[in-house]
Structure formats: structure tokens, C-alpha cells
Design a binder for this molecule. Structure first.
Ligand code: NAD
Ligand code: MG
Length: 392
């Protein structure tokens, strides 16, 4: 068993330059000798990827943006680094699929990550999933694919990691009556609803508890993130009764209620390095390098019910989960387009809801028979959202 604990694990990080990717590298640095890096990928930040290549010496690197990829290649040659920069998308998939890759951390943002998530699963990898969008749109399909190919889908989202930890000590799943999914409530929890229309991108991306990428920060502020997490939890744990509890301090990361009304919770300081370390080390516990929780120092913990009227995006996501079929793919695509437009100052804050609602009204909800159906819904929902954004 101790040999297993000390065994070196060769990993791929998709989206290594982002918030989750960088935290993953921090956990890896904290556990020196335990992990090797086969591949790091990013979209366009070649300077940060170069730094990561210097510090972590991955065997391969890949950038989605061709111009950035070229710059990275030149800098790597100049610096005499050993990392090989892959230029072809097919090579990216080949390295993910190769026997050398044992574990894949999916830390890229958006449904653009779906094809690499599928490659990881089809090749039986252990997939640590932060990229919730891929799983929200295709959870049922990805679960069946994972069963078929003996792959594991392991949650990195803090709430789902907490639920995983709460469930770990329960012998019979039938003993679980409910999941209590917590959320901080975002930066506008106590903001007067009349003031929401003037919210700027800067305000929406300043989360009180978590430091995250821009897209998920906006999602947290509209509470659609909690709605996406509802769908994510539904697919990960196959438990239908899920209640959302607003907990602004972000100390309890979620809970599980049992048939005897006992409730099990997972607590820690709000630091993504903890769920990342849980996923990387599982079934062992490795160092996360995070701050220890001092409850007396922390002070009171508060809990509220979510305000569905003030945060209507949450309702839309809940409805999409209940509808099933291609509805989660439609809401995700509409949200990705609306948030990108808001961050770009093309639409106002409250327009995010309007765009998503109009897409959900327009799209025909249907059963998903293949992954192609998901891609088609994603495309048509985006096209319609873009039209609506232009028309505003
Ligand atoms: P981020 O914006 O900080 O980082 C995104 C990463 O994805 C970057 O490395 C970027 O280069 C890469 N990327 C973007 N488009 C790409 C493309 N087309 N091809 C390859 N790489 C691409 O985002 P983040 O906050 O780290 O979030 C990443 C994912 O994790 C999201 O799905 C988010 O919902 C989820 N998540 C994040 C947190 C958090 O605390 N940040 C918590 C839970 C879940
Ligand atoms: Mg979360």
C-alpha cells in the first residue's frame, strides 16, 4: 500500500495557465517527486505557459491559439528547454490518449473542452473534472462512456468534492435522503435588486470568497454557477433530491442528509487547492499547502435559502435540469455567449438573463441520442444567442 502511496503519477493538465490549472501546479509543487507532467495546455497566454515549462518541465506543451503557439515554440528554443511544443490538434489527442498519461486534469473553461474530455474518457483515464460545462451538457453520455471504457470521472469542483467526501463513509447509497449543495451567494447576495442593472464586469468578477477565472466569477454572481452545479451533482451522484443552501462564508462546502436526519458536512478554508489535492492524491491524502481551518477564529457561519426571484438564472438552470435532454446544452451555450458579451461590454448585466431565457424559449427540447445532438444544440443555441445579443 505504501508503494502505491509513493508511486509517481504522470499527468496532463488541460488549461494549466488558468486559476484551477495554476492551483493544480501549486499542489504538485507541494508534493515534489509524486507527480510528473506529460503535457500542459492553454489557450493564448504563452508567457505564463513558458514560465510553467521552466518550472515544471512538462514533456509536451500545446496552445490552442496558433500565434501564441508559435511564440511559445520560439521562446522554448531560445531558453533551451526540453519541452516539445505540439502544433497539431491530433497530436494533442494522441498524447492525452497515450499509455504515458495516467491522469488528466480538465481545467479549461467552457464546452470547448468537451472533445479532450471525451478523448480522456475513451482512453480509460482518471479524469479530474473542473471543466463543469462539458459535463453539464453531456453528463449522461460521458457517464456511459466512462463505464464502457473503465475511466473515472472525479470531481474537482469544491462542492462536488465535498459531497464525494461525505458519501465516502456511507455504505448504502439508499441511506442518503438529500444532497445539500452550498454556495456563497456571490458578490450581490445583499445588493438591492434595483441596482443590479448597472453592475459592471469589474464588479461581477470580484468574488468575496473565491479568486477564480472571469467566466465562472460572472456565473457565480448570477448564481447560474449553482444551477450548473445542480446538474453536475445530478450526473455525478445519481441523487435527485438536491437542495441549494446559501452559505456566504464558504467554509462548509456541501452536505449530505441521511434517512435518520443526520447531516454530514465537509469543511475547510475556501481554497481550491484542497479539492485538487483530494483528487490528485485519492485514495490517499496529500499535502494541499492551504491554510488550516480555525473555527474559533473564523466566527459565525450563516445559512440562507436562495432568492430565485432576484437571481432568475438559477431557476432557468433548475428547469433545464428537470427538462433533461438537450436543455442543459442549450442553457450552457446561451450562458457562455451572454457572459462573453457582458465581459466585452456589449450587453448589460441583466441582459445575461434575457439572452438565456430567449434561447430557452426558442430551442426545441429533445432527447439526446448521440454526442452529435449535443454539438448541434450547442451550435444553434449559440447562433440564436449571438443574434439576440446583436439585436439588443
Ligand atoms: P480560467 O479562465 O482562469 O482558466 C481557463 C484555462 O482554460 C486557461 O488556462 C485557458 O488558457 C484555458 N483555455 C481556454 N480556452 C481554451 C481552449 N479553447 N483550448 C485550450 N485551453 C483553453 O478559468 P478557471 O477559473 O480556472 O476555471 C476553469 C474551469 O474550472 C471552468 O470550467 C470553471 O467552471 C471550473 N471551476 C473553477 C473554479 C475556480 O475556483 N476557479 C472552481 C470550480 C470549478
Ligand atoms: Mg463550485
Amino acid at each position: 500500500m505504501d508503494d502505491d502511496r509513493n508511486r509517481n503519477v504522470n499527468i496532463v493538465i488541460l488549461g494549466s495557465t488558468g486559476s484551477i490549472g495554476s492551483s493544480t501546479l501549486n499542489v504538485i509543487a507541494e508534493n515534489s517527486g509524486k507527480f510528473s507532467l506529460n503535457l500542459l495546455t492553454a489557450n493564448s497566454n504563452d508567457e505564463r505557459l513558458l514560465d510553467q515549462c521552466k518550472n515544471f518541465c512538462p514533456k509536451y506543451a500545446y496552445m490552442a491559439d496558433q500565434a501564441a503557439s508559435k511564440r511559445l515554440r520560439q521562446k522554448i528554443i531560445k531558453e533551451n528547454l526540453t519541452t516539445e511544443v505540439l502544433t497539431e490538434e491530433k497530436d494533442l489527442h494522441e498524447i492525452i490518449a497515450s499509455d504515458d498519461t495516467e491522469l488528466v486534469v480538465a481545467a479549461m473553461v467552457g464546452v470547448a473542452g468537451l472533445d479532450t474530455v471525451i478523448t480522456s474518457i475513451v482512453n480509460g483515464k482518471r479524469l479530474l473534472l473542473a471543466n463543469k460545462e462539458s459535463y453539464v451538457v453531456a453528463g449522461e453520455y460521458l457517464n456511459s462512456l466512462a463505464d464502457k471504457h473503465n475511466a473515472t470521472i472525479f470531481p474537482l469542483d469544491s462542492e462536488h468534492s465535498a459531497i464525494h467526501q461525505c458519501l465516502a463513509g456511507i455504505k448504502n447509497k439508499a441511506d442518503v435522503s438529500k444532497i445539500l449543495l452550498t454556495g456563497s451567494g456571490g458578490p450581490f447576495l445583499h445588493t438591492n435588486p434595483d441596482l443590479l442593472k448597472n453592475i459592471t464586469a469589474k464588479e461581477a468578477t470580484s468574488h468575496p470568497i473565491w479568486k477564480m477565472g472571469k467566466k465562472i466569477s460572472v456565473d457565480s454572481s448570477t448564481l447560474i454557477n449553482k444551477g450548473l452545479e445542480l446538474i453536475e451533482a445530478r450526473w455525478l451522484f445519481d441523487i435527485e433530491d438536491i437542495e441549494i443552501v446559501i452559505h456566504p462564508e464558504g467554509i462548509i462546502h456541501s452536505m449530505v442528509e441521511l434517512n435518520d436526519n443526520s447531516v454530514i458536512a465537509q469543511l475547510s478554508t475556501p481554497d481550491m487547492k484542497i479539492p485538487i489535492a483530494y483528487g490528485l492524491g485519492y485514495p490517499f491524502r496529500i499535502s494541499s499547502g492551504s491554510k488550516r481551518l480555525d473555527l474559533a477564529e473564523q466566527g459565525p457561519l450563516n445559512f440562507f435559502r436562495p432568492d430565485f426571484k432576484k437571481f432568475p438564472c438559477l431557476n432557468l438552470a433548475k428547469e433545464a435540469m428537470e427538462c433533461g435532454g438537450n436543455a442543459p446544452a442549450a442553457i450552457n451555450a446561451a450562458n457562455e455567449e451572454a457572459v462573453a458579451a457582458f465581459l466585452d461590454n456589449r450587453i448589460g448585466y441583466l441582459d445575461i438573463y434575457k439572452i438565456i431565457a430567449s434561447v430557452m424559449d426558442k430551442i426545441e427540447i429533445s432527447v439526446v441520442k448521440s454526442i452529435q445532438d449535443i454539438y448541434e444544440t450547442d451550435n444553434s443555441s449559440r447562433e440564436y444567442a449571438i443574434q439576440k445579443i446583436k439585436a439588443l
